[in-house]
Design a protein around this ligand. Structure first.
Ligand SMILES: CC(C)(COP(=O)(O)OP(=O)(O)OC[C@H]1O[C@@H](n2cnc3c(N)ncnc32)[C@H](O)[C@@H]1OP(=O)(O)O)[C@@H](O)C(=O)NCCC(=O)NCCS
Length: 329
């Protein structure tokens, strides 16, 4: 029997499953709670197989691309129970939520070396629309970089100068649409939402959110966020330089500053990844000793049709957040 339990029942199990399946992305329970609180229309489900948690999925508006015809979904099923209908049950539920948001497709992602994930995507008509070569920087023995800045440019942090958040948001608003995209360019959204999502919550590290400034004006910023504070792993969440200031080494200096911070604070590893079409971001990374991880592939595909859903999920049921009932999935 497959049961899909909505929401908050066992967030630790959902985080554990997602981390096991994703391998190179650590997802902590607090990060899922932050997503529930800040991502528009975010819903998540834990999948139980005969009572055991074995899968987890979520679906929301596509963050920063809310007007896209696709919702953003994640579905993870542990290797040892694949092929028993759990993924299809999750896919059905994520499709139902996407439909309720007025969306007609799903955007999702996986690693190219996850054979089950690739097969599932192909079988359901998903196509690869983006590819992101993922990278890691192991900090043990990592050379200490130097920070070279253009004249009059200094680097500070949001911990030291939180009032720079407005200029950081303006920079993000200018840079996000320049990130290679598939259908709809990314946008930072309104300042309050951007700040609540990016500069709050368990992953935010104000002292590792570096800002390049010249005479009080924000020229660029680079944000490290926690993937796992306990394991000392952080993620390069965003790197952005205002258009007028690109090509002068500011991004390289910001990244060098992040690596220095990570070395000084005993971190073990940094992770990153940029779309294969993002030549400038990849050129910045090439200055440092990153080594490759499997590529992340972005998929786009149809919602599961209601009739396929009924036959595929005949043995499953959905349990809403408050109490149990017997609605079939
Ligand atoms: C990526 C970005 C932050 C780089 O900022 P920047 O200040 O211009 O970067 P730098 O000047 O430090 O370094 C740019 C490097 O890219 C190279 N570069 C710049 N434009 C390039 C292009 N179109 N193709 C190839 N290389 C390019 C430069 O030669 C330089 O290489 P080098 O370090 O080997 O000398 C900036 O382009 C940006 O804000 N883009 C939009 C946001 C984004 O995509 N962020 C990354 C995803 S989170």
């Amino acid at each position: 029997m497959i049961e899909l339990v909505a929401g908050t029942t066992d967030t630790s199990a959902a985080a554990r499953i997602m981390t096991t399946v994703r391998r190179w992305i650590v997802i902590e329970p607090e990060a899922i709670e932050h997503s529930r609180a800040t991502i528009p229309m975010f819903r998540d489900w834990l999948a139980l197989l005969d009572g055991d948690p074995v899968g987890a999925g979520s679906c929301s508006l596509n963050l920063g691309m809310e007007e896209d015809t696709a919702a953003f979904a994640v579905a993870c099923v542990l290797d040892q129970v694949r092929g028993r209908g759990v993924g299809t049950a999750l896919y059905g539920q994520l499709s139902t939520h996407a439909r309720s948001l007025g969306k007609s497709e799903l955007m999702t992602w996986g690693y190219e070396d996850d054979a089950g994930g690739v097969a599932f995507a192909e079988r359901h008509g998903f196509v690869v629309v983006t590819r992101k070569p993922a990278l890691r920087l192991v900090l043990d023995d990592c050379p200490r970089p130097t920070v070279d800045l253009p004249e009059d440019v200094v680097i500070t942090t949001l911990a030291e100068t939180p009032e720079l958040v407005q200029g950081v948001w303006e920079t993000a608003s200018e840079a996000m649409p320049d990130i290679p995209y598939y259908t709809v360019p990314m946008s930072a959204g309104p300042l309050e939402e951007f700040a609540a999502r990016s500069f709050a919550g368990p992953r935010f590290i104000p002292e590792a959110t570096f800002v390049a400034v010249r005479e009080g004006e924000v020229l660029g910023y680079a944000q490290l966020t926690w993937m796992s504070r306990a394991a000392g792993i952080a993620d390069h969440a965003m790197l952005a330089v205002r258009r007028a200031w690109r090509g002068r080494g500011i991004a390289k200096a910001l990244k060098a500053r992040q690596i220095m911070w990570a070395l000084d604070n005993g971190l073990t590893e940094l992770r990153t990844g940029n779309d294969e079409r993002n030549a400038s971001a990849r050129a910045v990374n090439a200055n440092f000793a990153y080594t490759p991880l499997p590529d992340q592939v972005g998929y786009r595909g149809p919602l599961l049709a209601s009739e396929s859903r009924r036959s595929a999920t005949g043995r499953s049921r959905v349990i809403p957040e408050h109490g149990r009932n017997e609605h079939p999935a």
